[in-house]
Structure formats: C-alpha cells, structure tokens
Design a protein. Sequence first.
Length: 208
Amino acid sequence: PLKIMEILYLFSSNNLSYILFKCEHIFTGINKNLDLLLETKEDFSKARRLLQRQGFVLRLPETVEKYKEMWSKLIQNQLYSIHLHREVAWHGLKALSKEPLFARKQSINKLIFLPSLEDRILIHAGHVLFENFSIKEREAEYFSQFRNGLEAGLIDQQYINKQLVKNHWKKGFYHVVYGKPELTVTEIVKLWAIKLVFEPTTTLYLAQ
C-alpha cells in the first residue's frame, strides 16, 4: 500500500536500518499493518520520533509486550499500524539473534529489505511456537517447502541450527515444522521450559 511505502521512504531517507518481517500480507495488499525490526537502539528511538512527527499515536507501549511497540494513525478512513520491534520476540521470548539477520538480509529495492530464506522460516516457526500455537495454511506451505528444501540441500541447516541452539529452541522448531497443526498446552509448556531453563530473567518477566 502507498501509505506503507511512504513510511518506508521516511525511514530510509533518515538512514534507519530495518528489516520487514511477517510481511506477506503487505505484499498482497490485504493488511495495513507493518512489522519492522530495527537494528540498533538509536534506529528504534529515531523511528518512534519520526512516527510521532507524522501524527502516529502509541497504542501499545513496550510495557504491554517486551521488545515491541505499536504506533497507529487513521489515514483516509483506514487505520494503519506500524509495529516497531527491537528484537525478534513474542511474549518477551527472544527467538533469534538479530545481528545475523541484518548480515544476511535481502534487498528487494531501495526501501524493502527482507530476512534471508532461512530466517523467514525461523520467524514463522517462532511465531507459531511463541504466540499463535497453530499452523495456518500459508505457514504449512512454507514448512512443506522448507522440508523439501532440506532434502534437496537448498537450505543452510547449519545456520538454522546455530540460531536455534544459541536461543534455546531447537527442539521446539523441529516440533513445529514437522509436527501437528495445533500445539497442545502440554506441548507448549514442555517446549517453552527447555528455553526458559536457560533464561531465568525471561521466566521472571512471564511470571509478572
């Protein structure tokens, strides 16, 4: 959508370093929400100031969910929401180390930067495991392509496993991409526990 492109132009022209993610709905024009991962604290702060100057209002602060904010504005009777992310995380659970994402990012044009194929798969799997708990039809297709890509040697599995081991959810990832469409509460608790045992501060955050 044009208004989304205007925001990206605003950020790009102000030298912000960002990556779009979970953005398939943007490309098909279905949704007016945009998720952006910012590379540095300075980028995050500058993005907030730029949105505020454009008349966007902070609807969901980081006190609601750690590592992200949602800024919204009504434009020509359409509500646009820009989600600014400091980390790839859901419910305060950091899924990926973002430095490799920026090192491997793909440029579509001067405004649109996407994660690599491997990072896109990791992001979708993380979204399922840490927030949605179910695999939608579109995600099922991605995971099917991922499995085929692994068999054909087209996927950098070493990189994927390195991210998963570092962030403590390797078992959860493979459970999602090879598992059933729905996660049970028992499965969620077991898979989250593997990660949380290494992250006591995250456990404290979730308890609060």
